[in-house]
Design a protein around this ligand. Structure first.
Ligand SMILES: *Cc1c(COP(=O)(O)O)cnc(C)c1O
Length: 393
């Protein structure tokens, strides 16, 4: 056990207390880097390995944005005029994905879609695998029963398909949620296995598959993207939710979409969501559907996946932590040195300027865990060096 008093100076202790207060205020999500920089300017943050985005994709977007919107003065149009309506942007995405436009719904971030789906379609019972992304149970309304399917530590928190199907048949929920790859552990269910599940849960009204990290997953040596949009034709109960925040590195823009049955979308659009995109997100969605951008994006996607694999390989060599298998751009780390996750997070922040996410608030994890994101190659190298320094000292 490491004694805190020996590790930190008095000034550092004060910083820690302030940091912990900010964290408590942020509830089940982490305080944003803006909040930290504004409220705690003395905090030496060098690397945000808490937020899970591809930094190369942010660079790419910024290149396009600067050239086409800033340098041309088109920024004025984006600010002055109304953006297109939900269904107009949906059609652009649908054409790109080669699916029915009536099956696409645009969201102000995936979070808006999660809220809409949970509030409108979940009637009595929802089954959620834990650990998970907290909004799925936090948004459940009064009267809805939330049933947790515990992923097992002994199975490295991977979904056991057979037991999962049995669980659903026993509990008979109207809604189930699968995050693939899962947040916070990166556990991945292969495409053929997803189909096995879908075939067995036809009586469930809403099968939500959250694919916010699917661009980081791969099933072949060339890292070809996984495409699941074909599934909707076959499974009418399917709701695919896709955030653009992580893989495109644009959380600030608020862009996400969902693919679901036209009937569900019609009922949502009756309740609102008309102009829920803004000028910036409309520009992004139009860019996303362009072949030139898609081609450039795929290069930074593959580069980032390859660097993430190297990063994870290096993490495996560090003594004192267990690295859980991940197909996402982050890993779940278990601490084996007797330290609590919260103490570890503050130590990394204060001593090395690395901001990682504690998982102490994540239900369903047995032990002390943090979630660590892969960043640029240089930042990853700094993280590895710091962790080695920390665990060897
Ligand atoms: C981050 C995240 C979201 C929310 O994404 P936004 O598009 O930024 O709202 C949804 N689902 C999961 C699993 C996430 O990790």
């Amino acid at each position: 056990m490491i004694e805190k008093t020996k590790v930190f100076t008095e000034e550092e202790e004060i910083l820690i207390q302030k940091f912990l207060r900010l964290k408590t205020d942020a509830g089940s999500h982490s305080p944003s880097i803006f909040t930290l920089k504004q409220k705690l300017p003395e905090l030496p943050i060098k690397i945000d390995a808490c937020f899970l985005s591809n930094p190369y994709a942010t660079d790419l977007f910024l290149n396009y944005f600067t050239k086409e919107i800033i340098n041309t003065g088109r920024i004025r149009e984006l600010l002055e005029f109304y953006p297109s309506q939900n269904q107009v942007i949906a059609e652009i995405i649908a054409n790109f994905l080669k699916i029915n436009p009536a099956s696409v719904f645009i969201g102000n971030g995936a979070i808006e879609i999660i809220q809409a789906v949970i509030h409108n379609f979940v009637k009595k019972k929802i089954v959620i695998n834990i650990p998970t992304f907290s909004s799925y149970y936090e948004f459940a309304q009064e009267g809805v029963e939330v049933v947790y399917n515990k992923l097992e530590k002994s199975e490295q928190y991977r979904l056991n398909t057979k037991r999962y199907i049995e669980f659903i048949k026993k509990h008979k929920p109207d809604t189930i949620v699968i995050i693939n790859p899962n947040n916070p552990d990166g556990g991945y269910i292969e495409h053929h296995e997803v189909k096995v599940i879908l075939d067995q849960v036809k009586e469930v009204e809403n099968v939500i598959i959250d694919e916010s990290f699917i661009h980081f997953a791969y099933e072949d040596n060339s890292f070809n993207p996984i495409n699941t949009s074909d599934l909707l034709e076959q499974y009418q109960n399917l709701i695919i939710i896709k955030s653009m925040s992580k893989d495109f590195g644009i959380a600030g823009i608020r862009a996400g979409y969902a693919i679901m049955s036209p009937e569900k979308i019609t009922s949502l659009l009756k309740n609102g969501f008309l102009w829920n995109s803004n000028g910036l997100s409309e520009y992004f969605f139009r860019l996303y559907a362009r072949p030139d951008f898609a081609c450039d994006y795929n290069k930074v996607r593959v580069r980032y996946i390859q660097e993430t694999i190297e990063f994870i390989n290096e993490l495996h060599k560090i003594k004192g932590i267990t690295v859980y298998p991940s197909m996402a751009n982050f890993v779940l780390l278990e601490l084996n040195n007797g330290m609590t996750a919260d103490d570890f997070v503050t130590t990394l922040l204060i001593k090395y300027g690395i901001y990682v996410r504690t998982c102490s608030d994540k239900i369903g994890l047995v032990g002390e865990y943090v979630r660590l994101a892969s960043r640029t190659k240089d930042e990853n190298a700094y993280i590895i060096k710091s962790l080695n320094d920390f665990f060897n000292s």
